[in-house]
Design a protein around this ligand. Structure first.
Ligand SMILES: [Cu+2]
Length: 72
């Protein structure tokens, strides 16, 4: 398992954070995701054999939010 923290712009409320969490957790290879509106951060635990950083970023951005930072 690898972890990834994404800095996300464009979330306006806890509902947005819940939406991002649900989308990311539904993706193949994702074990858990926690998304905080207050900090604008998503912490994701994933299997690098199944998915990768670029795919996870694409999932978030496809739903209308911007990823402005990545930290392992
Ligand atoms: Cu919202």
């Amino acid at each position: 398992m690898k972890s990834l923290t994404l800095k996300i712009e464009g979330m306006h409320c806890d509902g947005c954070a819940a939406t991002v969490k649900a989308l990311v957790e539904r993706a193949d290879g994702v074990r858990t995701a926690s998304v905080a509106f207050a900090t604008g951060e998503a912490r994701i635990l994933y299997d690098p054999a199944t998915t990768n950083e670029d795919r996870l970023v694409a999932i978030v951005e496809k739903s209308g939010y911007r990823v402005v930072g990545r930290t392992p």
